[in-house]
Ligand binder design. Structure first.
Ligand SMILES: [Zn+2]
Ligand SMILES: [Zn+2]
Length: 146
């Protein structure tokens, strides 16, 4: 049977870390929500299971998961941070500054950039969950049409 990528609980236990009941609830919420989620969305989900878990605990747990490299974050140019599980795969986002449209694109697009940076500067670039801002196709067509 394929067990997939394993849960966040298993990932923490594999690192010899303690999984408190509060953490377990927060992990469950993150895994249930999928895709890109805010701390507030996680908090709402957690509250349905246990109303005594605070937003501060959610933030602390997210910080821990970021440190452990199990989740990543981007802000899409907004005030809130959006979190995604790492096993969602390496990807980035195109964010339209006009209409807020967000599209996902594969990390492989950066392969030539990484190669160039390494060859020219001896620099190993870590491109991880970037938001690239600009104008989407729809908005460009609208702008062009006047
Ligand atoms: Zn993403
Ligand atoms: Zn747009």
């Amino acid at each position: 049977m394929n067990k997939g990528q394993g849960s966040l609980i298993e990932a923490l236990q594999a690192r010899g870390m303690r999984v408190t009941p509060q953490r377990a609830i927060i992990f469950g919420a993150i895994e249930k929500l999928e895709g890109h989620i805010t701390a507030e969305e996680i908090f709402e989900q957690v509250q349905q299971v246990n109303p005594y878990v605070s937003l501060a605990t959610v933030y602390r747990t997210l910080e821990l998961l970021l440190e452990l490299n199990l989740i990543n974050q981007t802000n899409f140019g907004r005030s809130q941070a959006y979190f995604a599980l790492k096993d969602h795969g390496p990807h980035h986002h195109l964010v339209c500054s006009e209409c807020g449209y967000i599209e996902e694109f594969s990390d492989t697009i950066f392969n030539p950039v990484r190669t160039e940076l390494e060859e020219q500067y001896g620099f190993q670039a870590h491109t991880d969950h970037l938001s690239i801002f600009g104008i989407c196709k729809g908005c460009r067509e609208k702008l062009a049409g006047g």
